[in-house]
Design a protein around this ligand. Structure first.
Ligand code: NAD
Length: 504
C-alpha cells in the first residue's frame, strides 16, 4: 500500500434520496492515486440493507418521475448538460486523480459522456410512438413506450464518468429511477455527477448511488423491484451478471471485454497506420475496451510498419496524468501493472520477440503504477499475449500472408467488440465491413466508438444481451412498448361475437 497523500483521506459515501449516506456494512475499500500509490479516499461498501433502502427510495421517486412531462424531463437533461460543461475541468481532475489517465484524456472522456446527455435531451422525440388510424373499421391501433420503473447499472474503472453517463442519461430521461454501482476503484466521479444532477433538478431518488463490491451487485441482481440491469466490465463478470439477472427475470445488457484487431493491408499508408496503432494501442495506457491490442500486418507491410511504430513509441512521454506534457499515465493498480508486465516475459518464453520493452526502472517511477508502451512482434494464437485480454499498454503484431488469414483470426476470436482496417482500397474495406464478425468497425479509424445517436456494443463474448448501449437501442432498453387497440362505436351497434377478432 502507498503512503497517504494528504492528511485527510476523503470518505466516499452512497447517494440515496438526494444526499450522501454512509454505508452500514462496516466494510470499505481504499482508493489510490495510481500515479503515486498514495491512498486518497476510503469508500464504504454497501450492505444488502443499504441496497434495499436505495431501491425503496428509488421506487417511490420513479412513480412520480414517470408522471413528469417529457419536456420537463428534457429541460432537466439540458441543465445537467450545461452543468457538466461548466464543471468539466473539475470532473476531469477527479477522473485523472483516481484512474490515472491524463487530464486531456479525461476531458475527452467527459466530452464523449456529454454526448449521451445531449442525446437524452431529445428523448421526447425518441419516445414518439406509432399510430395507425382505421386498422379495422372504426378501430385505431397505437404504440407507446413506457419506463420500466427502477433500473440499475454497474460500471468499470476505466471510464469513471463516461460509462455512467452512457447509462444514466437515457435511463432517467425515459422516466426511470436509476441506481448506479460505480467501480469501487474510482467512485468519486459518480458522486460529483450525482451532485450536478441534483443541481440540474433531477428529483431526489431518481439518481441513486450505492458504493461497493459484489455484495451490492448481487443484491441488485436479485432485488425484485429492479427491472433492468446494464453492466460494463470484464467478460467473466458480464457473463455472470447476464446469467444471474436474467434468471431473476430482469432485462439485461452486459458488455464485456475485448481483443481488438487492427488489420493493415499492404496498400495502407504506413505512417497513418502507425500513428493509428500507437494512438489506439497506448492511449489511456491501453485501458480502453476499444483499444487496439493486436495489429495484423498483411504481407510485406510488417517490417516497415513495426519500424514506424517503434519510432513513435520512443517519443511517448509517460508520467503522472496531471502534468500536461505527459501523454500516457499509470495503470489502475500495482497488481494490474505487474500482471500486464508478466505478458512480456510470457511472450518471450513462448517464442515471440519484444522490439520495445516498456518496463521502467522503479527508481524513476516511485510508487506509481507505471509501465511504458511495449511492442511484441511475431505473436501468434496460442500465446498468452494473443489469447488474453491484456488491458494495458502492450501491442502485439501478428504477421499474416493474406487478408483471408487475417479475417479468419478476427472471426475466430471469442471477443467481437471493435476492429479496424487500414487500406486505401474502398472495395477491400467494404468487403471487410461485410465479412467481419465484430460489433463496431473502423475503416481507417482505429477507435470506432459510435457517436451517441448510434448505439455501442460488441458481438460474441463482448456483449451478453440483445440491445446495445446508449443511443436508440438504449431508449429501447429502458422502456417497454405497449400497443393499444381502440374503438368508439355507437353503443347501439354493439353485439356479442364469439369469433376471433379480424379485420373487417
Ligand atoms: P470488472 O469486471 O472487474 O468490474 C466491473 C464492475 O463489476 C465493477 O463495478 C465491479 O465492482 C463489479 N464486479 C467485479 N467483480 C465482480 C463479481 N465477482 N461479482 C459482481 N460484481 C463484480 O471490470 P474492470 O476491471 O472494472 O474494467 C475493465 C474491464 O471492463 C475490461 O475487461 C474491459 O474490456 C471492460 N470494459 C468493457 C467495455 C465495453 O464497452 N465492452 C467498456 C469498458 C470496459
Amino acid at each position: 500500500m502507498g503512503t497517504t497523500e494528504t492528511l485527510a483521506i476523503s470518505a466516499v459515501n452512497h447517494w440515496i434520496n438526494g444526499k450522501p449516506v454512509a454505508a452500514t456494512s462496516g466494510r470499505s475499500g481504499i482508493v489510490t492515486n495510481p500515479a503515486t500509490g498514495a491512498v486518497i479516499a476510503q469508500v464504504g461498501f454497501a450492505s444488502e440493507e443499504d441496497v434495499n433502502l436505495a431501491v425503496a427510495t428509488a421506487k417511490t421517486a420513479a412513480l412520480d418521475w414517470r408522471t413528469t412531462p417529457l419536456s420537463r424531463r428534457a429541460e432537466v437533461m439540458f441543465r445537467l448538460r450545461n452543468l457538466i460543461v461548466e464543471h468539466r475541468e473539475q470532473l476531469a481532475e477527479i477522473i485523472s486523480h483516481e484512474n490515472g489517465k491524463t487530464r486531456a484524456d479525461a476531458l475527452g472522456e467527459v466530452a464523449r459522456g456529454l454526448e449521451n446527455v445531449e442525446f437524452a435531451c431529445g428523448v421526447p422525440n425518441m419516445l414518439k410512438g406509432g399510430y395507425s388510424e382505421q386498422a379495422s373499421k372504426g378501430v385505431d391501433v397505437y404504440q407507446i413506450r413506457q419506463p420500466l420503473g427502477v433500473v440499475a447499472g454497474i460500471t468499470p474503472f476505466n471510464f469513471p464518468a463516461m460509462v455512467p453517463l452512457w447509462m444514466l442519461s437515457n435511463a432517467i430521461a425515459c422516466g426511470n429511477a436509476f441506481i448506479l454501482k460505480p467501480s469501487e476503484k474510482v467512485p468519486s466521479s459518480s458522486v460529483f455527477l450525482a451532485e450536478l444532477a441534483k443541481e440540474a433538478g433531477v428529483p431526489d431518488g431518481v439518481l441513486t448511488l450505492v458504493q461497493g463490491d459484489k455484495v451490492a451487485v448481487n443484491r441488485l441482481l436479485e432485488h425484485p423491484e429492479i427491472k433492468a440491469i446494464s453492466f460494463v466490465g470484464s467478460t467473466p463478470v458480464a457473463r455472470y451478471i447476464y446469467e444471474t439477472a436474467t434468471r431473476n427475470g430482469k432485462r439485461v445488457q452486459a458488455l464485456g471485454g475485448a481483443k481488438n484487431h487492427m488489420l493493415v493491408l499492404p496498400d495502407a499508408d504506413i505512417a497513418m497506420a502507425a500513428d493509428a496503432a500507437v494512438s489506439a494501442g497506448y492511449g489511456a495506457a491501453g485501458e480502453r475496451c476499444m483499444a487496439i491490442s493486436v495489429v495484423l500486418a498483411v504481407g510485406n507491410v510488417a517490417d516497415p510498419l513495426i519500424e514506424a511504430i517503434r519510432e513513435r513509441v520512443r517519443c511517448i512521454k509517460v508520467g503522472p496524468g496531471n502534468e500536461p506534457s505527459n501523454e500516457m499515465g499509470p495503470l489502475i493498480s500495482r497488481e494490474h501493472r505487474d500482471r500486464v508486465a508478466s505478458y512480456l516475459d510470457a511472450a518471450l518464453a513462448e517464442g515471440a520477440t519484444l522490439p520495445v520493452d516498456g518496463r521502467l526502472d522503479p527508481a524513476t517511477t516511485g510508487d506509481g503504477y507505471f509501465l511504458g508502451p511495449s511492442l511484441i512482434d511475431n505473436a501468434r494464437p496460442g500465446m498468452r499475449c494473443y489469447d488474453h485480454e491484456i488491458f494495458g499498454p502492450v501491442l502485439s503484431v501478428v504477421r499474416v500472408d493474406t487478408y483471408a488469414e487475417a479475417l479468419r483470426l478476427i472471426n475466430e476470436n471469442p471477443f467481437g467488440n471493435g476492429t479496424a482496417i487500414f487500406t486505401q482500397n474502398g472495395g477491400a474495406a467494404r468487403q471487410f465491413q461485410f465479412d467481419v464478425e465484430v460489433g463496431m468497425v473502423g475503416i481507417n479509424v482505429p477507435i470506432p466508438v459510435p457517436v451517441s445517436y448510434y448505439s455501442f456494443g460488441g458481438w460474441k463474448s463482448s456483449l451478453f444481451g440483445d440491445l446495445h448501449m446508449y443511443g436508440p437501442e438504449g431508449v429501447q432498453f429502458y422502456t417497454r412498448s405497449k400497443v393499444v387497440t381502440s374503438r368508439w362505436p355507437n353503443p347501439g351497434a354493439s353485439k356479442v361475437d364469439l369469433g376471433f377478432p379480424q379485420v373487417r
